[in-house]
Ligand binder design. Sequence first.
Ligand code: PMP
Ligand code: GLN
Length: 382
Amino acid sequence: LVGRMREFGTTVFATMTKLAVDTGSINLGQGFPDTDGPARMLEHAVEAIRSGRNQYPPGPGVPELRQAVSGHRKDWYGLAYDADEVLVTVGATEAIASAVLAVCEPGDEVIVFEPYYDSYGAAIALAGAVRRPVTLRVDAGRFTFDPAELAAAVGPRTRAILVNSPHNPTGTVFTRQELETVADLCQERDLIAITDEVYEHLTYDGVEHVPLATLPGMRERTIMISSAGKSFSVTGWKTGWICAPPALVRAVQTVKQFLTFTSGAPWQLAVAYALREEMDWVAAQRAALEAKRDRLMTGLQAAGFEVLRPAGTYFVQTDIRPLGFDDGLEFAMRLPELAGVVAIPTQVFYDRPERGRHFVRFAFCKKDEVIDEAVTRLQRLG
Ligand code: PMP
Ligand code: GLN
């Protein structure tokens, strides 16, 4: 394995899901729902297969999906992207990697908010670029950044900033004010923003998701990324997309065409349908997830964790110190044996793991009875 990839072993999600399977534990680690997306969307995929949409779709994606993404951006955010400014990818993961590979020269720097989703570090390394982490710290019950620290992270080689909101693994949804800080910096220092908005529809307590591209001066320098996995509960379909101005879309497509060229036609067609017709299903799912968040939070509190209230995503952050534990990695590795539950040690998402040492992430995108059983088991810790 080449040197630039040597720090990346097996992803934490594969490791922890295997641990859950091997030990028969309840898996509140890897974030995937245990129920299906909208039934008519599933039917559309089956119908696409039956009607022979089984050969290579066009490289940039099927026109139906590019058009549907364009319409969705307009309806939800008032953002005008032509279908030509939409590129379909193999999930958000390929979109992120292609975007970083398309804009970074070797030695360029990319700002990431730490803890960060694990594929970011690898995508930056593949490009021969260097990550510059800015740590999110807990302030008034939510993870946020210090604007001075963010500004100080930008140097002469900084090319881009990766902005994930709603943020995995903390559950933070950046406020308009936080995004304005990012936007100002991008414009002052001529940075490209790569936004990961896969949880765009999963926000709670009336908190609104604001796409960075809607802020003045940002559309022209933003590569906006999302995916169907979370919005429609089909993480296994790996259907994502970018929206960006023509020069940036072309740059990303130039990379993407040699990574995968294109992706599964039936899923693209079904997602196109869902973006047009199933947004009510998404609204109901959002409400269901908010109730699940509350259910898991209450249970974790009763089990003795300190619990942080996420404004979005599938995840709750907990502090394990009230339970008498100190190291989240050690705790997570022992949790199957202690309680028959799997969770994710948040420290693996940091370049400076000590900053996340006490945190453990639990997923709540599960059936109520699964959450209840996990909570019952976790009471054994007390
Ligand atoms: N970004 C974040 C923040 C995620 O949590 C995930 C996992 N769903 C992804 C990207 C990857 O998305 P996809 O499965 O569409 O590749
Ligand atoms: N996004 C999911 C999580 O954070 C998992 C994605 C993956 O398995 N790579 O749990």
